[in-house]
Design a binder for this molecule. Structure first.
Ligand SMILES: *Cc1c(COP(=O)(O)O)cnc(C)c1O
Length: 411
């Protein structure tokens, strides 16, 4: 048995089968590259699903985390620690939510739970508790966040679900308006739907949504878990649209793989959570916050927002050229380095070809191949990836499924 097979056999005996995993054991990462247990190298154009935005094993990230690890890891939120306050200050500065405040937790779902609880608390006195979220959205796997998620597949078997969630059409302001009533507390939205297939919001939709929320005294909550932290070329997705949410959630890339989530609120609702109303034991440990502070410094010092825009443009251009040659590629869409290649045929087979060739990516929403390379991806690595994609598309085109692509399929 290969080393990979031995590890997988033991793993499957003891870990619940809640994921469909590729039969690859990852053991090491450096920059945009990862290595498996048998020494094969991959170009990581997935970043652990938009997590390792500064790449693997960044030296100044390692130094910052190691320093804090030796000094203090955890003391609970019964006491103060300096990194948590510094990180909160930094998040307020880069988000522009002046006068706002942060709450720290450990994951995207937990951050969205905090947004939902905050919205309920804000609306409680007026009997407002309903949250409008979008069809095709993704907000996490806890009971409340899977209920907010606008996809039936994550809900199956988990009845009864919490009350107070309704779903509007993404990019359709009339469908949001139709759901607003005197119980509506908040609208929750991803500025770029990630799991839903890399679908950016229309600028006019978000502007109209902000205006609607202002008019009806409804909170606008952005889920920035995937599109935040530089992924779209701005710190946060909403910054590309010239709107400000009342609060937003973060996780994924905030710690570059060190588990940390957060919500950031505006000034108006900064003091709604009071002692006893919300908590998380691991939230905002000195170690987690030091990791996140290092991530933000690196993005600033290495101009990674600008680099993300440049790298994204050149990758999109290359993908566009490949798309011209293959009718099974319907569209290349996205923003910054959050890019979807939309096919007119199920994307799983092409994803598998790409992984076999050594390019990590992810089929999502059935018909879309999602690419999320690190923000500091090198142009030579983009060239390398484009070569692999071109080869994989050529191979796919010559197989049955590529040739018989269903032109009526809808992504
Ligand atoms: C991944 C994701 C979540 C859930 O984050 P977890 O850390 O897995 O709980 C929530 N919202 C969006 C937009 C995501 O992409």
């Amino acid at each position: 048995m290969s080393k990979t097979q031995t590890i997988i056999q033991e793993f499957n005996q003891y870990v619940v089968p809640s994921y469909k995993r590729n039969a690859i054991v990852m053991t090491k990462g450096k920059g945009t590259k990862v290595w498996d247990a048998d020494g094969k190298v991959y170009l990581d154009f997935l970043s652990g699903i938009a997590v390792t935005n500064i790449g693997h094993s960044h030296p100044s990230y390692i130094a910052a985390v190691e320093k804090q690890l030796e000094q203090l890891v955890h003391v609970s939120n019964l006491y103060y620690n300096e990194p948590q306050g510094k990180l909160a200050k930094k998040l307020i500065e880069i988000s522009g939510l002046n006068g706002g405040k942060c709450f720290f937790c450990n994951s995207g779902a937990e951050a969205n739970e905090a947004l939902i609880k905050l919205a309920r608390l804000c609306g409680n006195a007026q009997g407002k508790y309903e949250i409008i979220s979008m069809k095709n959205s993704f907000h996490g796997r806890t009971l409340a966040t899977l209920t907010a998620t606008g996809q039936d597949k994550v809900k199956k078997g988990f009845d009864p679900l919490p009350e107070g969630f309704v779903y509007a059409e993404f990019n359709n302001i009339e469908s949001v308006k139709a759901l607003v009533n005197d119980k509506t507390a908040a609208v929750l939205i991803e500025c770029v739907q990630g799991e839903g297939g890399v679908i950016p919001a229309d600028p006019s939709f978000l502007k109209d949504l902000r205006a609607l929320c202002n008019e009806k005294n409804i909170l606008l909550l952005c889920d920035e878990v995937q599109c935040g932290m530089g992924r779209t070329g701005k710190w946060f997705g909403f910054q590309s649209y010239g709107i400000e949410p009342d609060a937003f959630s973060l996780a994924k890339a905030l710690g570059n793989g060190f588990p940390i989530g957060a919500i950031v609120t505006n000034k108006k609702i900064a003091d709604v959570f009071q002692p006893g109303s919300h908590a998380s034991t691991f939230g905002g440990t000195p170690l987690a916050c030091s990791a996140a502070l290092a991530v933000i410094s690196i993005i600033e010092e290495e101009n990674l927002l600008e680099k993300c825009v440049e790298a994204g443009a050149s990758f999109m251009k290359g993908l566009g050229e490949i798309a011209k040659q293959y009718p099974f590629i319907k569209e290349i869409r996205g923003t910054g380095l959050m890019i979807g290649m939309v096919l007119n045929t199920p994307a799983k087979e092409l994803e598998q070809k790409l992984i076999d060739m050594g390019l990590l990516c992810l089929a999502t929403a059935d018909y879309v191949i999602r690419f999320l390379p690190p923000l500091n991806v090198k142009s030579s690595e983009i060239e390398e990836a484009l070569d692999m994609i071109a080869d994989a598309c050529e191979e796919f085109n010559s197989t049955k499924s590529g040739a018989q692509a269903d032109s009526s399929a809808n992504a």
